[in-house]
Design a protein around this ligand. Sequence first.
Ligand code: PMP
Length: 398
Amino acid sequence: MRNPTAFLKTEYDVMVKDALDWRPKELQGMSKPRARMAGKDVLLLCANNYLGLSTHPKLINAAIEATKKYGAGAGAVPGIAGTMTLHTKLYEALARFKKTEAAMTYPTGFAVNAGLIPQLVGEGDLTISDQLNHGSIIDGVRLSKTERAVYKHCDMADLARVLEEAEKREKPPRRILIITDGVFSMDGDIAPLDKIAALGAKHGAMVYVDDAHGDGVLGEGGRGAMSHFHLTHKDVHVEMGTFSKGFGVVGGHVVGSRDLINFAYNKSRTWLLSSAQSPAVLAACIAAIEVLETEPQHVQNVWKNTAYFKKAVNDLGFNTGNSQTPIIPIICGESHKARALSETLWSRGIYVLPIVFPMVSKDSARIRCQMHAQMTQQDLDFAISEIEAAGKTLGIIK
Ligand code: PMP
């Protein structure tokens, strides 16, 4: 008799054999630069908590007080009975922070891309996506009947070519959507959003940015990639982001025109059919925005650390690709080299994961270092000297 679930174990066993399974180490306390992981005190070099807001006392207190006042859960999906006063406050705070008309939140950033993209485009439309866009964008596009095209990473001539070809067709697409990460998550480079917006305007295309790694980091006071390029929602029509990285909490968001938010409310199934965020999460997100508006030092510190660390590893001869942000990859080449670098660093008290195929191409495996506003000079110097020693031992640098 056929065993209908046999594939579960066989497929997992293959992943283990090829060392492609995930083996997360347990974080046994707060996400801070000096952290306890799997029974060891280490320097945590691969967290998305760029500004350290996840452990900021104002966020922690806001979450505690909100739980006492509003309870542990919202009790419903937001469209039925789950829209709490804190949701309204968060939407207002986010619209104010982003200097735009309207905002809304989703359970996660992934849920924004999975829920909103398939409503913006469908049959008869064309979606044009950067080659290195995040997996949640790829899945969001796959959930739609839209035709897809991929342009070479940040290559504006290639994007222009796809747009021109679409325009020349006998029956041009009903709608065109250009979609890009604001900051690319594996490389730390910034999308040329100003040029993308100009091409979009020229060809009457909608422009959508996923600013998960730009939020809290880029632009005026951490307002993101659009602020970095001085763009408005007339140039880039859909801006999504997440509270899970620079903001230090969890949850996705969309900001833009009132028309966009009304549409998203009523159409995205990941908003309509998924339970509302809990009061603790909402209050912590509101507090994160208030911290960004009143304490500019966090954004300044993460950039100071980024400049220092990047220059040091570049001077040592490491390849950091086109990194322009606190995401600083150290590109090693083949996957076993990146794995060996990660393991050597772990043995020396640094936790930084290898990123290998299929997340990056086979010949550009790397460790992805991410800066944190509260890393001290001592932390950075420790990381740099250990990376230097390990890089020399493994023949990554001379
Ligand atoms: N987009 C990008 C570019 C991301 O890096 C991530 C997080 N890995 C997401 C979307 C999803 O965000 P969230 O963690 O809030 O689901």
